[in-house]
Design a protein around this ligand. Sequence first.
Ligand SMILES: [Zn+2]
Length: 484
Amino acid sequence: MTFDVVIGCEVHVQLFTETKAFCGCGNTFGGVPNSRVCPVCAGLPGALPSPNARMIEYAVRAGLVLNCSIAGLTKFDRKNYMYPDLPKGYQISQFDMPICFDGFLDIEGEWGSRKIGIIRAHLEEDAGKNLHSEDGAGLSYVDLNRCGTPLLEIVSEPDMRSPEEAVAYVQEIRELMEWIGVSDCNMEEGSLRCDANINLWIYEGEKKYATPITEVKNVNSFRALRAALHFEVKRQRAEWEEKRLTLEEVGKVTRGWHEASGTTILQRHKEEASEYRYFPEPDLKPILVSKALVEELKAGLPELPARTRNRFVTDYGITMEDAVQLTSSRAMSCYFEDACREYDGEPKKIANWILTEVNGICNQKNIGIAEFPVPPSGIRELLAMTDSGRISGRIAKSVFAEMAETGAAAVEIVEKNGLAQISDRSTLEGIVREVIAGHPKSVEDYRNGKSNTIRFLVGQVMKKTGGKANPGMVNEILEEKLKP
Ligand SMILES: [Zn+2]
């Protein structure tokens, strides 16, 4: 028996607009439950929705980078279902006239570059959240703060052939959406969510069978997505060998990923579209998306990550590996370019500094580079000081730590703490003389051919000067003085 793994993804991207999709309530994460709810998001009788223009623009921008066609005319529909966190009893969504359709994304998967088709990307509003008491009282609460949050649901063709490709595809979407500024794509806060549809195509002799499709829900990290899909491949294979159930017989089922046990658990059989009783939303007029608007939005798009990476390699002479890391977010790539502007040294130095020192402090403080307190110009000034020999590389690190802590400029810190490098020859000669006098054994060893000893002596000079001595010069003076 041979088989293919067949995966399609539905990715929900929370659009990062200031207000919700159809009302003026703030669109932010968390907050006191039910503190951002108005008659429109709660669906009170008589409340009238009105579409957020920014949401439409974000959807078009997203559609353009997903290589989609943008509908000239699009409309909203009601998707009817009953759920406690959806007080209206319906969700405003799009059915037959999505705003974006027929796109594709190129991904780098385990079989090289592959094209993944995108069927559609449509707008819809999010539902609220159910909260369950953890004190054993068995109570449930509903928080409607998330009700009406604008989502773009991106539906792919079932073009992925492995869990790894699915992960690469969702990662690509995440990078692009964050890059063009339509979403922060924070998976922990649910601003990027993914449901994956997976089944197997089984080949036996001349015959081909399809196993029932599982829609895997509740995956909120890339690790969980990969693990859930690998689990499903095994589970579906075993189920086929035991029961030989086909897609025609069973249809589609929903299973939730259960992190603790590392398994998926059957939730329900999937509704057909007809069960949602879709009909055009009577409170909202269809929306005309003019060619002029699409052209304007297209012109306003930033250079996309793949292109930026290549440009970094050619323009700044850094490696592709570094370029990939520096373009892991738009904020970081801008930070790098801003720091390189007006810098006379090697851009490679700035790249290294960002990827080690800046990232190190960001990880430690658990912040993104956008919140990093040192501006790009601060790095440039600091590195210019090491390039000119005014401070040593070692001192630069401690100066930088203080810059990140206090926001002070490098020059200020160096002056205030008297950290400037000692490159004055006569001063250094004096210190070297003292060190030589204080370590006769090492001097003897050196003269007897243990040339490594010089490193110890340089270290002693550095120690005496609090790391401020110019190490190159110290080495030179030592060699000179140690000559028998
Ligand atoms: Zn509202």
